[in-house]
Design a protein around this ligand. Structure first.
Ligand code: DON
Length: 319
């Protein structure tokens, strides 16, 4: 039966009501078994397909979590909007857009065609080509400095120091020909802004940072709250940067499914191949889910179901 549609009220319900809905979503989708765990990065194939965690965070610092919301996993593509936020903040939105692009590609996240089809060779910061270009623009005089800036910047979004999974990094670095190829192709067009192998290496490290669903919810709530981390009270990026990042997430956060996602759920979001997904409701908060089995586009199956369920009941849809 069709879910009751709630109209956005401008505020989230009280924390007890959010907590009850998070529990209800967990019970509703606990037995869902469809989708397949990613295996093109060998270390990701070892993920437990049953792992399942949900967290909703508001902009006041409440975080309501259930299940495996404290279980660490590599952030993968969910890192991309947050690294873009750091770069957008450093360069300003106009230069960031001119150098990286902000349009949907309509093509898979690792597409080479997406680079070739555009005359200016820019894609957007949320597909691999644009994300490697974004990482190449992180301020720093060396790869080591850029990596430190990425790690510290994403840790400020999470409100705690994020650890790094050396095993996942090595596993991806040893089978990374496609991303290396994309980086060299972009470099040939002047669209990677440092050594392409160094850019790919820092990008691969950033994808191997360890987060939990709770971290992702806090990171999303920071974007929802104009760039102020709701746990630490620390400003991470400007409110203008948040608006730009959320626009790109709405356009391209779920890859070639982004239009369908916006049509159904009406919120900016970002998914990753390890099974994390974060959705942001500006001014209100964020929903994050961890569940490794993915659909064919690379989006967590339970992540999408839970987010739709909660977004409807919390009145989060922007439209
Ligand atoms: O570059 C890659 O392929 C991975 N490190 C990240 C890809 C990813 O998470 C895309 N997600 N759907």
């Amino acid at each position: 039966s069709p879910a009751q549609t709630f109209v956005s009220t401008g505020t989230l319900p009280a924390r007890e009501a959010i907590g009850a809905l998070v529990e209800a979503a967990y019970a509703q989708f606990r037995e869902e078994r469809s989708g397949r765990v990613a295996d093109y990065i060998p270390a990701l194939a070892e993920a437990d397909p049953q792992a399942f965690g949900i967290c909703v965070a508001n902009t006041h610092g409440d975080a309501l979590a259930v299940g495996d919301a404290g279980q660490p996993f590599s952030i993968q593509s969910v890192s991309k909007p947050f690294v873009f936020a750091l770069v957008c903040d450093a360069l300003g939105p106009d230069e960031a857009a001119a150098r990286l692009g902000v349009d949907a590609t309509g093509l898979p996240f690792n597409s080479i065609m997406a680079v070739e089809l555009r005359a200016d060779r820019t894609t957007n910061p949320l597909v691999n080509s644009g994300a490697i270009a974004t990482t190449s623009l992180v301020p720093g005089a060396s790869a080591e400095q850029r990596w430190r800036a990425v790690r510290e910047g994403l840790s400020r979004f999470a409100g705690r120091e994020l650890a790094f999974d050396e095993r996942v990094y090595r596993s991806e670095a040893e089978s990374n020909e496609r991303n290396e190829g994309v980086a060299h192709l972009l470099r040939g067009y002047g669209r990677v802004y440092c050594d392409p192998d160094e850019a790919t290496d820092v990008y691969t490290r950033q994808c191997s940072l360890l987060v939990t669903a709770r971290d992702l919810a806090v990171m999303g709530a920071t974007l929802a709250g104009g760039g102020v981390n709701p746990l630490t009270g620390q400003p991470v990026v400007s409110a203008d940067t948040c608006r730009r990042v959320l626009a790109v997430m709405a356009t391209a956060g779920l890859y070639e499914r982004s239009g369908t996602w916006l049509y159904d759920v009406g919120l900016p979001g970002k998914s990753g191949v390890s099974g994390g997904i974060v959705t942001v409701s500006p001014g209100k908060g964020s929903v994050a889910v961890y569940s490794p089995p993915l659909d064919e586009a690379g989006n967590s199956v339970r992540g999408q179901l839970v987010t739709r369920y909660l977004s409807e009941r919390l009145g989060l849809n922007l439209f």
